[in-house]
Design a protein around this ligand. Structure first.
Ligand SMILES: *Cc1c(COP(=O)(O)O)cnc(C)c1O
Length: 391
């Protein structure tokens, strides 16, 4: 066994089932391990590395910030944070933003906004949040409480109270859970960990309508499906709706850990001084990465590129599915795709690794594709060819 892996197995809390690959460096669409093996990457570090690896301009912009200032604190202002806030709010259709260090923390903040929104009106803590079955929002106690997967919750109970679970893409099941105490409805626009299920138009638009009718906050978890992956900057923009709270992370920093909570309308102004905070939030290095990401997405025309490549990938996957009966269904939006097999996906994922292609699972039977957004047709062709010979 690779000595690094032996060491890692001793040193780490063993919460991850890692593949026996030690990654060392990357370039564009490719990653290299410590033994020099080259991999075409269709995982982008779970939807993080939208700009691929070692983009020269991104690297230069981060270098410039490292030379200037790494950290201040939220007792003062800093310029990259202000620029990042403006770019984020503009792109998301939000009014105000709070930067966090991860997606989970952004979800935690969104839960607090929902709770306080209810408290301010009713002066009690019994505000209820409706979340979705098969959802994933993170592993901290609040985010886990919103996550519709019992196996993740059971050993860690009790969860935070007043959370109810509806069926994703079943508007009646959401409607049935609304009470006079409902303060928020939280959903991923495209469920990621749950198996790559995009919301239907009727579902998202119906949720928006329910929220308007009952003065409920609509929270969109765009951590995985946002930041250009769908072909729009945020996936809800494909449905012509605007949530009240947007939660972002993953590709928001394209490799530097950063998340965000955007608010508009009734969600704006709910939190006041002393209600929330975090030492690293609005950190100048993290927010310089956000500025770099928005700047380079625009410069590279990432959104239209994703739309074009997604159409090419869709067509190729459709033809593959017609010829290979092992494929049960192809789902997804933009460059977020699930290939559901009639058998467990793990052996195929490992076989692809041997061929020098990295894909990731989503549940047991689904191969998930989350390539860097700089993907080209030639890369799609390499993957599809490999899948033809494997299936
Ligand atoms: C990854 C993910 C999270 C958690 O984000 P972290 O940055 O891992 O804390 C929450 N929601 C969704 C939809 C995710 O994909």
């Amino acid at each position: 066994m690779n000595p690094y892996i032996q060491e890692a197995k001793q040193q780490f809390v063993s919460v991850y089932n890692r593949y026996p690959i030690v990654l060392d460096h990357g370039d564009g669409m490719y990653l290299y391990d410590t033994e020099g093996k080259k991999y075409l990457d269709f995982g982008s570090g779970i939807g993080v590395c939208g700009l691929g690896y070692h983009d020269p301009q991104y690297t230069r912009m981060l270098h410039e910030q490292i030379e200037k200032l790494l950290h201040t604190s939220n007792l003062f202002y800093n310029v990259p944070a202000i620029e990042a806030a403006k770019l984020f709010n503009q792109a998301a259709g939000m009014e105000q933003v709070f930067f966090t260090n991860s997606g989970t923390e952004a979800i935690e903040g969104a839960i607090k906004i929902a709770k306080k929104y209810f408290y301010d009106r009713h002066h009690t803590n019994c505000g209820e949040i409706i979340a979705m079955k098969k959802s994933f929002h993170g592993r901290s106690m609040g985010a886990l409480s919103l996550t519709g997967k019992e196996a993740y919750q059971t050993p860690f109970g009790p969860m935070i109270p007043h959370i109810r679970f509806a069926e994703f893409n079943n508007l009646d099941s959401v409607r049935a859970l609304i009470t006079e105490n409902t303060c928020a409805i939280c959903l991923e626009t495209v469920q990621g960990e749950g198996g790559i299920y995009p919301a239907t138009d009727t579902f998202i638009q119906g949720i928006r309508k329910l929220c308007d009718e009952h003065e409920i906050l609509m929270i969109s978890d765009e951590i995985q499906c946002g930041m250009g992956r769908s072909g729009k900057m945020f996936a809800y923009q494909n449905y012509s709706v605007l949530p009240d709270i947007v939660v972002s992370a993953k590709a928001l920093g394209c490799g530097v850990p950063v998340g965000a909570i955007g608010t508009r309308g009734p969600a704006t102004g709910v939190l006041g001084p002393g209600d929330h905070g975090t030492t690293y939030g609005s950190n100048p290095l993290a927010t310089a990465a956000v500025v770099a990401v928005f700047t380079l997405y625009k410069q590279y025309g990432i959104l239209s590129h994703v739309t074009n490549l997604a159409a090419y990938l869709d067509q190729a996957l459709k033809e593959l599915a017609e010829k290979k009966s092992i494929i049960k269904e192809i789902r997804g939006l933009g460059l977020m795709k699930g290939i559901e097999l009639s058998v467990p996906a793990k052996p195929y994922i490992e076989a692809l690794q041997k061929e020098g292609i990295l894909v990731i699972p989503s549940g047991t039977n689904v191969i998930r594709l989350l390539p860097p957004l700089i993907l080209e047709e030639e890369h799609v062709n390499i993957l599809i060819q490999a899948l033809y010979s494997l299936f």
